[in-house]
Design a protein around this ligand. Sequence first.
Ligand code: GTP
Ligand code: MG
Length: 423
Amino acid sequence: MFIDKAKLYVTAGKGGDGCLSFRREKYVEKGGPDGGNGGAGGSVWFEADFHLTTLQDLAVRPHVKAPHGNNGESSNKTGRSGEDVVLKVPPGTLVYREGRLLVDLKVSGDRFRVAKGGRGGRGNQSFKTSINTAPRVAEKGEPGEIFDVDLELKLLADLGLVGFPNAGKSTLLSRLTKAHPKIANYPFTTLTPNLGVAQAPGKTFVIADIPGLIEGAHAGKGLGDEFLRHIERTRVLVHLVDIMGFEGRSAHETFKALNKELGAYSKTLLEKPQIVAVNKMDVTDADKLLAAFRKKLKKTKIYAISGVTGEGLPELLIAMGKALDEVPEAPLFLPPTHTEYRIEPNFQVAREADYFRVSGKKVETLMAMTNFDQDEAVARLQKILRKMGVEKALEKAGIETGDQVAIGPHAFTYRPEPKRAKI
Ligand SMILES: Nc1nc2c(ncn2[C@@H]2O[C@H](COP(=O)(O)OP(=O)(O)OP(=O)(O)O)[C@@H](O)[C@H]2O)c(=O)[nH]1
Ligand SMILES: [Mg+2]
């Protein structure tokens, strides 16, 4: 399994402020309120995209910010919204916040909003009621969400390339995908697995190229079978055979030896659908050698290819796609069985040494959206806090008139509305 990680700091845009304004028209004594709403702040999204196979691009620019919404304007003009920022991630990316899994972006096109842009503040025109026809109150924009998120990519291949050393596995991967593995004319060029994303008509899939295997690999020979576990969970194998054989042995001998090796490692590997491809068909005498190989494997469909000239590759790619279609899609990795959501109480009250703290997203947002220069806005805030039960909770905690209350970065003195006598 290939694990890739990135830590990001995402900030969604703040909503634009609502506007406080009154119509001014010739010959009209008192125009009505016409302050427009602020535009919404941009959100930050993740989107799975099959063109990507690593998180490296994101890891190098960890601060991600979406733009703010514009303020509302007079004449009921709504501010422009901030544009969303969409970060592309490879399919198979897990998104965590504070250690909790938020989402698993499995398939190309899957999207997840990780930080929501703030709502635009309402302009005073939206506060107009039959009782208050000239409201002098406008909300400020809601702050955008800010989070630290951890991304983890666990990519497993759909299809594994197996073969003796030097068979041309890495060359083939580089032809079928955008991967750039090291290629050289000696055995054991590949030391760790390479991955690439291939596109066949109508589908995309991940191919793994692993180090070459030799006889006795399961007992630790060569690079051993350490890498076979990487392909244990692939759905289809492509067995690549060098038409010239390996170190004096014929293509067919290497073919048999490799399958024996796979079986010695695990039965499940042998039971996987296997596409047999004979490589290096561009060399002299290739046709003769191929005929000899075919004779030994009469019942097997054999693809004759050349990773160098590209001969036979379109047919091979189609065969890969077909074979994958026939094997049920196993989960790429164990999917989370549930996603946790924390239900936050509307607010909490805590008694500190010399003041009372009210905390919670809802109250803090309410404070952030209140313009304290507007008396009506302050009165409205008090009314909402009372309705939410903040006043009651403070009293229960022992607050008295004149004590200090803090909500977010704001502090004020507690002065409850005089209680009306019941008639
Ligand atoms: N003539 C010819 N040479 C090829 C072809 N494919 C690969 N080669 C050459 O074979 C050599 C080995 O290629 P690699 O792609 O590194 O082979 P590999 O199977 O990944 O090798 P290991 O990683 O060592 O197991 C290189 O010199 C390639 O240029 C082919 O189709 N025709
Ligand atoms: Mg290689």
